[in-house]
Design a binder for this molecule. Structure first.
Ligand SMILES: *Cc1c(COP(=O)(O)O)cnc(C)c1O
Length: 435
C-alpha cells in the first residue's frame, strides 16, 4: 500500500496497520475494543482541545520493547545495568527538547502533566507554603493549587482569575495578590484559556514578589514549538508541559528550565516523586520532538490557530457567546447560556451527532461544575487530519444544529449531522489510524 502525502504530517503517515494480529489472537475481547476505538476516532469530529492524533511513528515507538527496561536515574547515572541503548534514547529526547524550545535543561521523565507539576512543588516549596495559580473555574488546572487537588491541600493555594467584563487576566489583581501573599511558586497557563498568555507580565510580577514562575504550557506547547504562540523562555523559571496535546506526542510530560534549576527539578522527579521512567514513552517523545522540528509542523501549528479563529468567527456569526469574544490559540470556550442549553446536555447531544467536545465551566459560571454553562472546543485534531479554514463554517453549522437539536431533543437532527460528519471525516483520514 502506498502512503499518501499528508498536508500537516509530512509524508510519513497515515500508515495502514489494519489489525493487531497478536492482540486479536491473545485477547479478542480487548482487540475488539481497540478496533471500535479506532473506528470512533476515524469517524467522529474530535474537538476536545487537549486531544490530537499522533503519527504512526509515535504510536510505533510507544509500543516497543523499550517498555521492558528499568532505568531509574538519568543517562550515565543509572541504578540498573544494561542501559546501552536506553541512555541514548533519553539523551536524544532531552537534546531535541532543548533545541526545539531553546532551553538549557530538559527532563523528559515525568509520567504526565500532573506529576510534572507536583515535581515543581517538590523542588521549590515546602508543605504549607503559599502557592499561586489560576482558579480552576476560571480556566486554570487542578494542579495549580485548587482545593480538591493535593496541590491545594498540601500547600496554601491562592488563586487569580479573569475579569468578568472581558474574560481576560486582570494583571493588577495578579500583582496585588502576589505582593500581598508572597507565594513561593506562581503558575501561569491553564486548560481553558483562549487568549495569548502574557509571560512577560507574569515574569515582572514574579520577580517583584520573589516567586518562582512556572509556565504550564501543556495545552500550547505545540503552538510554541511551531512559532504560533510566544515562547515563555526568556520570562519564566520553569516550563512544564504535557507532550500529548498540541505537541502531538505520546501521553507524557517534560520539565524545562535554565541550568540553575536543573538539579532541583531532576532530583524532584527522581528520586523525589517517581521510580523508573517509561522508556517507550521517552522514545515516542523523542520521535514527536523530531517531527515538531520539521517545517510541516510549523504549518500545522499556524493552521491550528487559523482554524480556531475561523471557527470562532463562524460561531459568532451564528450568535454563539464566546468567552473573551474569540480566540488567539487553538481553543474556544462557548458560554451556552444565551442558547438556553446547559453545557452537559449540549456536549452529550453533540457526541451523538459525532462531534466530540467537553462541557466546561465558564468564568463566573452560575451553574455547578458537574453541570456547567459552557462547552470547550479546539482545532488540533481536525487540523492534524488536514481540515482547513474553508471547512470551519460547516463545522460551526454542525455545532449550531447539534446544540439546537439538543434543546429540542431532536434525535433525527443529531443523526443527520452524524452522517454528514462521518462523510467528511472519511475524506480526511486520521494520522496513525488504519485506513
Ligand atoms: C492537561 C494539563 C495538565 C495535566 O496533564 P495530565 O497529563 O492530564 O496529568 C496540567 N496542566 C495543564 C495546564 C493542562 O492543560
Amino acid at each position: 500500500m502506498t502512503t499518501p502525502a499528508h498536508p500537516t504530517h509530512g509524508t510519513t503517515v497515515p500508515t495502514p496497520t489494519p489489525t493487531h494480529p497478536a492482540l486479536a489472537a491473545a485477547d479478542p475481547e480487548l482487540a475488539a475494543l481497540v478496533g471500535a476505538e479506532e473506528r470512533l476516532q476515524a469517524e467522529t469530529l474530535r474537538l476536545i482541545p487537549s486531544e490530537n492524533y499522533v503519527s504512526a511513528a509515535v504510536l510505533e515507538a510507544s509500543g516497543t520493547v523499550l517498555q521492558n527496561k528499568y532505568s531509574e536515574g538519568y543517562p550515565g547515572r543509572r541504578y540498573y545495568e544494561g542501559q546501552q541503548n536506553i541512555d541514548q534514547v533519553e539523551t536524544l529526547a532531552v537534546e531535541r527538547a532543548k533545541a526545539l524550545f531553546g532551553v538549557d535543561h530538559a527532563n523528559v521523565q515525568p509520567y504526565s502533566g500532573s506529576p510534572a507539576n507536583l515535581a515543581v512543588y517538590l523542588a521549590f516549596a515546602q508543605p504549607g507554603d503559599t502557592v499561586m495559580g489560576m482558579a480552576l473555574p476560571m480556566g486554570g488546572h487542578l494542579t495549580h493549587g485548587w482545593g480538591v487537588s493535593a496541590t491545594g491541600t498540601w500547600f496554601r493555594g491562592v488563586q487569580y482569575g479573569v475579569r468578568h467584563e472581558d474574560g481576560l487576566i486582570d494583571f493588577d489583581q495578579v500583582r496585588e495578590l502576589a505582593l500581598e501573599e508572597r507565594p513561593k511558586v506562581i503558575f501561569c497557563g491553564g486548560t481553558a484559556l483562549p487568549r495569548t498568555i502574557d509571560f512577560a507580565a507574569f515574569g515582572e510580577i514574579a520577580r517583584e514578589a520573589g516567586a518562582v514562575l512556572v509556565a504550564d504550557v501543556a495545552h500550547i506547547a505545540g503552538l510554541i514549538a511551531g512559532g504560533a504562540h510566544p515562547s515563555p523562555v526568556p520570562h519564566v523559571d520553569v516550563i512544564s508541559t504535557t507532550t500529548h496535546k498540541t505537541l502531538r506526542g505520546p501521553r507524557g510530560a517534560m520539565l524545562m528550565s535554565r541550568e540553575e534549576h536543573a538539579k532541583a527539578l531532576d532530583k524532584a522527579v527522581f528520586p523525589g516523586l517517581q521510580g523508573g521512567p517509561h522508556n517507550q514513552t521517552t522514545a515516542a517523545i523523542a520521535v514527536a520532538l523530531r517531527e515538531a522540528a520539521q517545517p510541516s509542523f510549523r504549518s500545522y501549528a499556524h493552521a491550528v490557530v487559523a482554524n480556531a479563529k475561523a471557527l470562532a468567527e463562524a460561531l459568532l456569526a451564528r450568535g454563539f457567546d464566546l468567552v473573551s469574544g474569540g480566540t488567539d490559540n487553538h481553543l474556544i470556550l462557548m458560554d451556552l447560556t444565551p442558547k438556553e442549553v446547559p453545557g452537559k446536555i449540549a456536549a452529550k447531544a453533540l457526541d451523538r451527532a459525532g462531534i466530540v467536545v467537553n462541557y466546561n465551566t465558564v468564568p463566573y459560571d452560575t451553574r455547578k461544575p458537574f453541570d456547567p454553562s459552557g462547552v470547550r472546543i479546539g482545532t488540533p485534531s481536525l487540523t492534524s487530519r488536514g481540515l482547513d479554514v474553508t471547512h470551519m463554517p460547516l463545522v460551526a453549522e454542525w455545532i449550531d444544529r447539534g446544540v439546537a437539536a439538543a434543546g429540542k431533543g431532536d434525535e433525527d437532527a443529531l443523526a443527520a449531522v452524524r452522517a454528514e460528519v462521518a462523510e467528511l471525516m472519511a475524506a480526511y483520514p486520521a494520522p496513525g489510524l488504519p485506513v
